[in-house]
Design a protein around this ligand. Structure first.
Ligand code: KG4
Ligand code: ZN
Length: 346
């Protein structure tokens, strides 16, 4: 089936057309075309995403992206299903995508399906490397469960235990800031531009993780996380060491990144051990971080668990992952209300 997917939950406006086939256990996806308009430059002066500005930009970008899809010789009347993110996210931003999806579905007389943004991240590891190629190797089977999934983005930090592709239990989540939010806030303290995650990663490469920042909740027996204390420790360190000596900012970045990754990886691996997991997934914007991916991959290998991570470009927000999650919802006959729900859980 051919799916047109729409993603507007935060600061990326994204449209994607995906051919999806196969059962839930071995879905196959081929990206026909995908468009993303990033609003990073618009929100950068504010140091974060401004919801009403995001909505306005989505409304401007969506018809432009649709025209770009049409110029690639894509006939919208051949679409079988419209999939749209209904939450979680910034509600004004979600409204823009939902209105657009409803209008398209009405105009072309197509069914519409709602998608949970976090399920998009969860299933993004199934997507093929390149546009025009089908992921024909079977990437997931019964032998991979139970599976532990770590979803890490600007808005969420969640640990899940999956017993199948569609059944999971939330083991824990952040009690305050999401880990991506902590990267962004620490970047701001270091006067690096928004979004801070990639900037911290880059700067960390020039430094050493020698500052003993705390590993919040590492030794607690639950699977919850907390990152606001870590960010505050960075703030105090910067205040006490003002002005930083040459090269010291890189040590701060490396030490913060090490502390955050330590907590994420250790808690994930503790869950792998406790539940005898056969595989591990990491996904979401922060999974673009190579240090996190490499560390988790190494630890998963030591524990004999297979490691999955989305292909390049599918960690940060995109509409292709929404098409994948929309297809799985369709196969499950699962209907989410076509209504923005900023706090939709997983
Ligand atoms: O999944 P995503 O694109 O949007 C949300 O759903 O939130 O994630 C964005 C977050 C931002 O906080 C950004 O700083 C972080 O992902 N991020 C990174 C890296 N690339 C993006 N964090 C650490 N290292 C990176 N390389
Ligand atoms: Zn996201």
């Amino acid at each position: 089936m051919k799916i047109l997917a729409i993603e507007t939950s935060c600061d990326e406006t994204a449209l994607s057309i995906v051919n999806a086939t196969g059962p839930i256990k071995s879905p196959k996806f081929k990206v026909v075309a995908s468009e993303i308009a990033s609003q990073i430059n618009i929100h950068r002066p504010f140091g974060g995403v401004v919801p009403n500005l995001a909505k306005r930009e989505h409304e401007i970008n969506l018809p432009i992206l649709l025209e770009q899809l049409k110029t690639k010789n894509l006939k919208l009347k051949t679409i079988d299903l419209v999939a749209v993110t209904v939450g979680p996210g910034l509600e004004p931003a979600l409204w823009a995508g939902i209105e657009f999806a409803k209008n398209l579905a009405r105009e072309y007389n197509k069914p519409i399906i709602g998608v949970n943004h976090l399920e998009g991240h969860l299933y993004s590891f199934l997507l093929p490397k390149k546009t025009g190629i089908m992921n024909d190797e079977l990437r997931i089977s019964n032998s991979k469960f139970p599976l532990i999934a770590l979803l890490v983005s600007g808005g969420h930090t969640v640990l899940l235990k999956l017993s199948s592709m569609t059944k999971w239990k939330k083991l824990g989540e952040t009690l305050d800031d999401a880990v991506g939010e902590a990267f962004d806030k620490v970047a701001r303290l270091l006067e690096l531009p928004y979004p801070g995650g990639p900037e911290i990663e880059k700067l960390a490469k020039e430094g050493k993780p020698i500052i003993p920042f705390p590993r919040p909740m590492l030794h607690q027996k639950n699977y919850d996380f907390s990152f606001s204390g870590l960010k505050t420790s960075v703030l105090y360190y910067l205040r006490d060491h003002f002005p930083l000596k040459r090269g010291e900012a890189a040590d701060v970045a490396a030490s913060f990144q090490q502390a955050a990754v330590d907590v994420l990886v250790k808690k994930t691996m503790r869950a792998v051990e406790e539940f005898g997991a056969r595989a591990v997934i990491v996904a979401g914007g922060v999974a673009s971080n190579k240090f996190l991916r490499d560390t988790l991959k190494k630890e998963a290998a030591k524990a004999g668990a297979e490691f999955f991570c989305p292909q390049f470009g599918y960690n940060t927000d995109n509409a292709t992952m929404i098409a994948a999650a929309g297809y799985i919802n369709y196969l499950r006959k699962r209907k989410l209300p076509i209504k923005a729900n900023g706090n939709l859980g997983i």
